[in-house]
Ligand binder design. Sequence first.
Ligand SMILES: Nc1ncnc2c1ncn2[C@@H]1O[C@H](COP(=O)(O)OP(=O)(O)OP(=O)(O)O)[C@@H](O)[C@H]1O
Ligand SMILES: [Mg+2]
Length: 436
Amino acid sequence: MSADVLAEVAALTPEMRERVLREWRVWARREQLAPPGDWRVWLILAGRGWGKSRTGAEWVRAQVASGRARRIALVARTASDVRDVIVEGESGLLAIHRADERPVWEPSRRRLTWPNGAIATTYSAEEPDQLRGPQHDLAWADELASWRYPDAWDQLRFGLRLGDDPRCVVTTTPRPTPIIKALLSASRTVVTRGRSRDNARNLAPGVIAELEARYAGSRLGRQELDGEVLDDAAGALWSWEVIETGRVKAAPPMLTSAVFLDPNAAQSETAEKCDDAGIVVIGKGFDGRGYVLDDASGHMPVRDWARRAVALYRKHACAYIGAERNLGGPMIQQTIRAVLLEEAQATGRAPEHIEVKLISVRGEKAQRSAAARQLYPHVVSHVGAHPRLEDSMTTHDFATSKRSAGDLDALSLGCSDLMLQQPEPTRMVVEEHYDF
Ligand SMILES: Nc1ncnc2c1ncn2[C@@H]1O[C@H](COP(=O)(O)OP(=O)(O)OP(=O)(O)O)[C@@H](O)[C@H]1O
Ligand SMILES: [Mg+2]
């Protein structure tokens, strides 16, 4: 806002100022206002921080104020997301209303009641049965692409049948899930797209730069920042959907974890001349599932992959660093030992012992990656996002690519070691003591 406008706002009475500050039509960007037309679903596919949730909340507010919405469903991925984002969030329903129009929130009844009698009920998409039965004339589905059960969406749609013109806004970071794809091709869907950047001036300083650094030109960045629905690349072993389906936000307790390393054949002291080195951390949870915890793969000279592997070993309290026995196994052991010795000399402490496990593998790299692929999404999950690795997984074509993919080799090595090997038979030691 310009200085003149700010001065004008400051000169207003407190009531008028509150009105202006909470008047969404003053603040909204054009794409954040509901499009005209006879749509049933307004699908907002936009990057992180674009203002999706604020737009959803403001639309619900306007529909209630106009008297059009009387029975509303508010649905988010989990019960805490509904409470923390939709209702109590910084741009949630309680925060955006003026005091005189604000609904009363009864968490125990999962209900918001507006002064004009409109009622909204909150639902968790993790419990689709909550949505079986109730009927609504308006709905807001936040982060639909991350809902665990498609049934929650089916039930929501089925119950959206009150009044002459029931409508729904879907606000979500896009993922190529069957529901999103179906919505995109449905005749009564109107789509709004947007990039994180569009809302830069309303985000804390540095947020966009941090996001851009994290996704640095990756395909995943086009999804997370630019709001694109990514197509699957022909010939790639993994689809986006299979990775998204298994993705979890946080790792459960780990039974064990290890860094898997594939430094690749063409090594050199300068990064440009090297193949990609694969450095992937995978854990096995107490639940028996595999979790991809970290990825530090990339072009780098010899000592760097060893240093990165050691750093990740410590960061994730790993049990060992694993590498392929036949692919320079002893060289890897020596390089890591050299890095540890170098560190010891610099600090004056004794060198740390890190086990470098040499793993014997069979079959071609492509076959091994295909075996790892079979573990997704039911046996292996990604913890958070690993943009670079996931780019490789969803684009690398073993049949046509001349480049070797160290990250995929490290991933398949880890999947095989943690998830596909038979456990070593437990040796029973029977001690014979008869002196009781
Ligand atoms: N037009 C606008 N004017 C002022 N503030 C805005 C505008 N649009 C969004 N905001 C603010 O920007 C911030 C981010 O918005 P919001 O949380 O709705 O984004 P989001 O796309 O849902 O983010 P996430 O991807 O994290 O879910 C919030 O503080 C919100 O109130
Ligand atoms: Mg949001």
